[in-house]
Write a protein that binds this ligand. Structure first.
Ligand SMILES: Nc1ncnc2c1ncn2[C@@H]1O[C@H](COP(=O)(O)OP(=O)(O)OP(=O)(O)O)[C@@H](O)[C@H]1O
Length: 241
């Protein structure tokens, strides 16, 4: 793990980082994607979110990034009720999260370095102050030779690694990642998982949506399973708790 990700864990007990109570969510033509979902993620916990294609994993992550709002129930983040948070309050919550989107959402007109540095730049940092941290992170994810490349010139796996570097560069308290290893080989997938685990050991709460139940087992993380709109908690060994 790069030095730049080191941060002391908060030793005090804290409210759940994520708390959903009775959450229902859907779309006009698919109204029952999530039904009465309850979820508590304690600070510093590590979870996989699994379930068949179309089960609603991305939708659940979109609720947590406040890109969507639930039709019923209540969502709290970092101990604050955000169910009806006005739009103007969203950026302050987003700054505490590192999000890896399934479609990466890189800015094609910025270099890999500039993309990875963007959260620090948006927070008001000067490039000179964070250049070494950004370069170290990019080297760590294997993009040391590609820092000046624009995203259209990167492979799918390189884009994915860049999206992860950007998501964690601010050492967020909450990391939400949608299929973050779907475009890389197993060795790189395991390496990226070690990055998430290192950040988790330092106090970050991590939720990873993935089809890869074998990886969840290798990591030994708690497994949450979405099926038919319902969320169930599995043990690390994959048995119903
Ligand atoms: N913007 C949208 N408008 C309408 N329906 C949507 C929208 N986004 C997702 N859906 C539908 O909601 C359901 C859940 O989709 P979602 O992407 O959350 O599932 P997922 O578990 O992440 O799937 P995958 O594993 O294939 O990525 C699917 O039936 C999908 O077609």
């Amino acid at each position: 793990m790069p030095n730049s990700t080191r941060r002391a864990a908060d030793p005090d007990s804290a409210p759940d980082t994520v708390r959903l109570r009775g959450v229902g969510f859907g779309y006009a033509d698919r109204p029952d994607v999530l039904r009465d979902v309850n979820l508590s993620l304690t600070q510093g916990s590590f979870h996989f979110l699994t379930g068949p294609s179309g089960a609603g994993k991305s939708s659940l992550l979109r609720l947590l990034t406040l890109a969507e709002r639930p039709q019923t129930g209540r969502i709290s983040l970092f101990g604050r009720n955000v169910t009806d948070l006005p739009r103007g309050g969203v950026p302050a919550f987003r700054r505490q999260m590192g999000v890896v989107f399934q479609d990466f959402r890189l800015l094609d007109h910025l270099t890999a370095f500039e993309n990875a540095a963007l959260p620090l730049t948006l927070a008001g940092g000067k490039t000179a102050d964070h250049a070494a941290d950004v370069a170290e992170m990019l080297r760590w994810v294997g993009l040391g030779q590609r820092m000046d490349a624009l995203p259209p010139a990167l492979s799918g796996g390189e884009k994915q690694r860049l999206a992860i570097a950007r998501a964690v560069i601010t050492r967020p308290r909450l990391i939400l990642a949608d299929e973050p290893t779907g475009s890389v080989d197993r060795a790189m997938g395991d390496k990226l998982m070690r990055l998430f685990q290192s950040l988790n050991k330092l106090g970050a709460t991590v939720l990873i949506a993935s089809h890869d139940e074998a990886m969840a087992e290798r990591v030994g993380a708690s497994v949450l399973r979405l099926e038919n709109g319902h969320l169930s908690q599995m043990t690390p060994a994959g048995e119903a708790a």
